[in-house]
Every structure is written in C-alpha cells, then in structure tokens.
Design a protein around this ligand. Structure first.
Ligand code: AMP
Length: 175
C-alpha cells in the first residue's frame, strides 16, 4: 500500500460536526477490505516480536482499528469510553475541549499494573482525548508502549500533550 492510496481513501467533510472543522472520514478505508487489512498489518508489524498484553481502544473509531489489531497481535482490548457508558466500577479523567470539558472512563480492572499496552485511536487532533486515555492507564499503573493513530493533524500539535510517549501515525496532515 502506498501512503497516497491510503490518503486518497480519507474523505474530507468540511464543517462537520460544526463550522470550521474539516472532518476526516475513515469510512472508505473500512469499506475496502484490502486497505483496512494493510493498515492493520503495517501497525501490527511494529509489535510482531513484542509482548503486548492489551490494546486500549478509544471510543468510538479507535474500537474498530484497535480490535482488528488485537486480533492480529493475539491480545485483548480494553475500552476507554465517554462518561456514563461503562457499567462496572471506573476510573475517570476529565479533559478540556475547545468549549467546555469532557470525561473518559475505563473499568478499574480493564488492565493490570505492569501490563504492556498500546493505545489506539483513528485520529490525533489536539491530543486531549489520547492524553486522558494515557492518564487512565497511568492511574492503573500499566505501561504504555506506544500510542498508534491512523491520521495525525500535526498542525494541532497533539504530540506536545503526549510528551515522553512513543507516538506513531500513518498519515500526517500538516495544514
Ligand atoms: P483530540 O482530543 O482533539 O485529539 O481529538 C481526537 C478525537 O476526536 C479522536 O477520537 C477523533 O476520532 C476525533 N476527531 C477530532 N478531530 C477530528 C477530525 N478533524 N476528523 C475526525 N475525527 C476527529
């Protein structure tokens, strides 16, 4: 797969979900079985010879890529969900949005202290969501081996919020 092919499969939707946002729709990648598989194979190849205990998947599109990656790596997934969705005891972390704040949660037993985990989402924008996910994992005491994204909006400098972690993305959008 060339990065051009992957980039061409991302559909830009202007002014969604609100004016001024260019939404990166990954649906066309998911609809193309070969392309979807290649994305997972490329990310998975980085961890072929490493022990990964769990993929921490971010609500909601992170669930899709993270689940496929977990199947490839032979591990389970742990859900980071928006507030109020998880039924069992949770840890919660709040973070700032452009307007107001939000919170994400994880079951207290989703991963164990010392586990080697990857955090997966479809897209890194300001980094607030991923940082909150990382903070949840740090609360539990698991080890974040890397954060993996398909797309990175690098002009939003999300990496700055993830300083000290290994951050990988397949496609960088720089403006
Ligand atoms: P952020 O917390 O700003 O890094 O935002 C990342 C989260 O919001 C991810 O879960 C993305 O799925 C979603 N997101 C943010 N901006 C966009 C965008 N322009 N296109 C698609 N998804 C986005």
């Amino acid at each position: 797969m060339s990065l051009e092919t992957l980039t061409a499969a991302i559909r830009d939707i202007p002014d969604f979900p609100k004016p001024g946002i260019m939404f990166k729709d990954i649906s066309p990648i998911l609809q193309d079985g070969a392309l979807f598989a290649e994305v997972i194979d490329i990310i998975g190849a980085r961890y072929e010879n490493q022990q990964i205990d769990s993929i921490v998947v971010i609500d909601a599109r992170g669930f899709i890529f993270g689940s496929a990656l977990a199947y490839k790596l032979g591990c389970g997934i742990s859900l980071v969900r928006k507030q109020g969705k998880l039924p069992w005891k949770t840890y919660s972390v709040s973070y700032e949005l452009e307007y107001g704040s939000a919170a994400v949660e994880i079951h207290i037993d989703a991963v164990s202290a010392g586990d080697r985990v990857l955090i997966v989402d479809d897209l890194l924008a300001t980094g607030g969501t991923a940082r909150a996910g990382a903070d949840l994992i740090e609360k539990i005491g698991a080890r974040i081996i890397a954060l993996e994204f398909v797309i990175e909006l690098s002009f939003l400098n999300g990496r700055d919020k993830l300083d000290g972690y290994t951050v990988n993305s397949l496609i960088e959008v720089s403006d």
